[in-house]
Design a protein around this ligand. Structure first.
Ligand code: SF4
Length: 376
């Protein structure tokens, strides 16, 4: 594994071991389409057409997510008796559904030792997602992405039409047959703080059918290039930065040149890209106008929760700058020659090299207040 071969040239990085173990996981070796592969049409098509991955993206964040995921699900299994990581398979996908909470009627059809401690009021399919703080506000505000919804609906659809896969270790579950799914739940876990956020909604068979139709469309493609790229490429969408087919999907750019240049073939493409650029500019301008107007109106508003948003303020502190007179004094005390031309940058460097603090004094002005709006 090539992510990091050593730490300070002394010991091998422990991530090499983690990547090697991850590469041997059944999920990593699976060549069938898993629901988690349905994030992008082009990517799903590469997998379904048996194309060998061209890139080895850094998987450290994903591996950490897997560890957290595994620990939490295992605890839910032992403490609550939830069904975790059980396999499902239908004509379209194969994978493991994070959590299934059986309702009382369905649980009663199982041998007593397999029944959950507390059954759910309706049969619930749950997907656990770990997220970084960077994405947390978006998760709390908007919930699951379209691709995440498609993934959970593929699992829930397979469970409602087929039930659990009939494989050793869960034959007693497979005997239940198609399951009466009542609810979908996303459980988001903040990887940095541990915060937990739930999103729940009723199971909608129509949405499950749409997710299945999406996969069927990929299966009908004659080649991966028949499927559209669902993202804007490396540097713009992180999903592409970490895609194992990145070089195949976005080929041919010289070093330092954006991969997206591959999409421009002629003047007609340039004309279209310019139209999009102008549209984007107009949208951004209008967006800024709306935002600036609201910002002015809120200028004197106290922090607090207003509807679905929390208002807070940063800034408003005393502004500081280097105190040249104090630095001259410190130079004399420390026996450092004071530059004949006062040179703040040089004096800061001198003081740093001498291990002395950089004096700062108040300017009498305030730093500008910065608005901060997050979900309540
Ligand atoms: S690089 Fe991006 S657009 Fe291309 S297959 Fe991967 S995720 Fe899809």
């Amino acid at each position: 594994m090539s992510v990091a071969t050593s730490v300070d040239g002394v010991a091998p990085s422990i991530w090499n071991a983690a990547h090697d173990v991850d590469a041997r996981r059944p999920r990593s070796c699976q060549t069938q389409l898993g629901a988690s592969d349905t994030v992008c049409g082009r990517r799903a098509a590469y997998i379904l057409h048996g194309v060998t991955p061209t890139d080895q993206p850094d998987k450290r964040a994903a591996i950490l997510g897997t560890y957290i995921h595994h620990g939490l699900l295992e605890s839910a299994r032992t403490e609550y008796g939830w069904l975790v990581e059980r396999s499902v398979q239908d004509d379209l996908i194969r994978g493991h559904v994070d959590v299934v909470q059986l309702d009382a009627n369905t649980a009663a059809r199982l041998p007593a030792r397999h029944r959950p401690v507390i059954p759910a009021d309706v049969l619930t399919v749950e997907d656990v997602k770990t997220k970084s703080t960077y994405l947390w506000d978006r998760v709390v505000r908007y919930g699951a992405t379209a691709a995440e919804l498609r993934q959970v609906y593929l699992y829930a659809g397979a469970l409602s039409e087929v039930g659990f896969e009939n494989v050793p270790g869960q034959r007693y579950l497979a005997r239940l047959g198609p399951l009466p799914i009542g609810r979908i739940r996303f459980r988001f876990i903040n990887r940095d703080s541990g915060a937990e956020h739930l999103q729940e909604f009723d199971f909608d068979p129509q949405r499950a059918a749409e997710a299945q139709w999406w996969v069927e469309r990929v299966r009908e493609s004659q080649s991966p290039e028949d499927m559209p790229r669902d993202f804007h490429g490396p540097g713009l969408d992180a999903i592409c930065d970490y895609c194992p087919f990145r070089s195949l999907c976005w080929p041919g750019a010289a070093p330092g040149v954006p991969e997206q240049t591959a999409l421009i073939h002629n003047d007609a493409d340039r004309e279209q890209a310019l139209i999009e650029y102008v549209q984007g500019h107009e949208l951004a301008s209008e967006g800024n106008r709306i935002k600036n107007f609201a910002r002015k109106k809120l200028d004197q508003s106290p922090p607090g929760v207003y509807g679905s948003n929390r208002l807070s303020w940063r800034g408003g502190n005393d502004e500081e700058k280097d105190d040249v007179e104090a630095m001259v004094d410190l130079h004399e005390i420390a026996g450092i020659p004071v530059p004949m031309q006062p040179d703040a940058d040089r004096m800061v460097k001198n003081l740093k090299e001498a291990g002395l603090p950089i004096p700062r004094r108040k300017t009498g002005r305030k730093t500008a207040p910065v608005i901060s709006v997050g979900p309540a």
